[in-house]
Ligand binder design. Structure first.
Ligand code: HEM
Length: 490
């Protein structure tokens, strides 16, 4: 009997020692290497388990109904310090949660550069914006951002967006049931395809659209490149996308080679002809990676956000009625002879713009973005060591109870006479990487809501369908239901 007790004690001590050793592997690997003064200035936190780091607790929280529990765990253990050390997506990281620290990281290009995990680079492309810096980034951004934003560009795309929204709603109303989110993603994909590859036929669009769904699921998955895993399927989808886009680039180069003066039809032609101040041109890989990234960024985000805006309104009848009344008034005040919406009208829609901002806040489509410290940087009382990742956690900024009372509640009226301080509302990021599609996205959402509110209603099949948070916030059933026409076209 005494022997058994002694053995039991030895096993217990061994297990405790083993656990202690395993829990400290990441400390030995990453923290011990740092200069002692830097080590003492690290924020509080926990580097988690070897190899997996804190990914199990991240995935557990984001696969539960309460994703906030992931950061709440840090706050409960270490206090509301705004920065926490962790080991995420394969790297030693500092999770940055306070608005002030997030803004500092995003706007200090001398100290930080993009630091996306290798899995994201593999999916988006090593020559896409997620992995280019400084002069190259500035040049390629200038080339691509102006044609998707600004008054002139938006006016040019407005008609196309409007026609397609009207046609899509009309078609859905004739269908017994639809996955509202899936259809909206198709619609926003058609729009971004029009901007980048308008002269390609629908078949190219359809081939690409299916692969994008798979690609996107891989973005926040564990990077396990084994058949059957999400990341493996996403990599395969990228290969297919690249093959389709390579065929397009090769054909267009040949066409433009034969006839160099033929007019540019879309962004692809702009990219093929572009040269920087030294005459450098983009190679095939650069053009393909720009397209892979833009076509992805340019439809998933607006598709999801549009669905949530419509859904939040549908779930709150008094808000729906208020938003609808504003749209009816817009139509009533329209000058005789004007057909369809104008940008001026959209800018005047006070309530609708609050609905859109509130949706962007509550949904926070980009929950986190990744940077890497180029040197040891002092941020809000702590040091982020050179080479470590800084994870700018937008979700915590948009759910900070000090700025947003009852933060989980969808409440457009919180925007009445309220302008958040810089850094407290950043759905499109900040600094040199600010989303170039921000105005286009808001325009798409506003045009959709205008026609939806005036003429339609959404009837969900499973109103209690659980919400998934990865890769992006969505109802598990993709918002299955019916679009019902309630009045003729206006
Ligand atoms: C509701 C819609 C959208 C949301 C919430 C959103 C959000 C964001 C955020 C937060 C970033 C910053 C990433 C970072 O700091 O690393 C970003 C970057 C980017 N977005 Fe968007 N976006 C939206 C729509 C669009 C659209 C419609 C386009 C295409 C026209 C687009 C293209 C891009 C690109 C290319 C970047 C990378 C910019 C760079 O690295 O310089 N986005 N977006």
């Amino acid at each position: 009997m005494r022997m058994e007790i002694v053995l039991g004690c030895i096993v217990c001590v061994c297990v405790c020692v083993m656990k202690w050793v395993v829990k400290n592997v990441n400390w030995w690997l990453y923290e011990k290497k740092l200069r002692i003064d830097i080590r003492h200035q690290l924020p509080p936190g926990d580097l988690g388990w070897p190899f997996f780091g804190n990914m199990f607790s991240f995935l557990r929280a984001f696969k539960s109904p309460n994703p906030e529990s992931f950061l709440a765990n840090f706050v409960n253990r270490f206090g509301r310090t705004g920065l926490y050390k962790a080991h995420m997506f394969g790297n030693p990281s500092i999770i940055v949660t306070s608005p002030e620290a997030c803004r500092k990281v995003l706007t200090d290009d001398d100290a930080f550069q993009p630091g996306w995990p290798a899995s994201t680079l593999n999916l988006m492309g090593r020559k896409s914006f997620v992995n280019i810096f400084d002069k190259d980034h500035k040049w390629q951004r200038k080339l691509t951002a102006a044609p998707v934003n600004g008054f002139e560009a938006l006016t040019m795309y407005m008609k196309y967006i409007e026609e397609n929204v009207i046609a899509a709603l009309d078609r859905w109303a004739g269908m017994a049931r639809i996955e509202f989110l899936t259809e909206l993603r198709r619609l926003t994909f058609k729009i971004i395809m029009h901007i980048f590859l308008s002269s390609e036929g629908d078949s190219v669009g359809e081939a690409l659209e299916k692969d994008y769904t798979l690609l996107n699921y891989g973005v926040r998955a564990m990077a396990i490149n084994v058949p059957g895993f999400t990341y493996y399927n996403a990599l395969k989808a990228r290969k297919d996308l690249v093959a389709v886009l390579q065929r397009v680039v090769t054909r267009r180069r040949a066409e433009r080679g034969e006839n160099p003066t033929c007019p540019k039809k879309d962004m692809m032609d702009n990219l093929l002809d572009a040269a920087d101040e030294n005459g450098r041109r983009l190679d095939d890989e650069e053009i393909i990676d720009i397209l892979v990234m833009y076509l992805n960024a340019g439809h998933e985000s607006s598709g999801h956000t549009t669905m949530w805006a419509a859904l939040f309104l549908q779930q709150n009848p008094h808000m729906f009625e208020k938003a609808k009344a504003e749209q009816e008034e817009t139509v009533r005040n329209r000058p005789a002879g004007q057909k369809g919406l104008s940008l001026k009208e959209i800018r005047k829609m006070d309530y609708l713009n609050k609905v859109i901002d509130e949706t962007l806040r509550v949904v926070t489509f980009s929950l986190v973005v990744f940077r890497e410290a180029k040197k040891d940087v002092y941020v809000c009382g702590y040091t982020i060591p050179k080479g470590w990742k800084a994870l700018v956690w937008f979700r915590s900024v948009h759910y900070d109870p000090e700025t947003w009372a009852d933060p989980k509640k969808f409440d457009p009226s919180r925007w009445d006479n309220f302008t958040p301080k810089a850094g407290n509302f950043m759905p499109f990021g900040s600094g040199s990487r600010l989303c170039p599609g921000n105005d286009l996205a808001k325009l798409e959402i506003a045009i959709f809501l205008h026609y939806f509110l005036l003429n339609y209603e959404l009837e969900r099949e499973n109103p209690a369908s659980p919400v998934m948070y990865l890769p992006h916030t969505r109802p598990k059933d993709n918002c299955l239901g019916r679009i019902r026409r309630v009045s003729p076209h206006t």
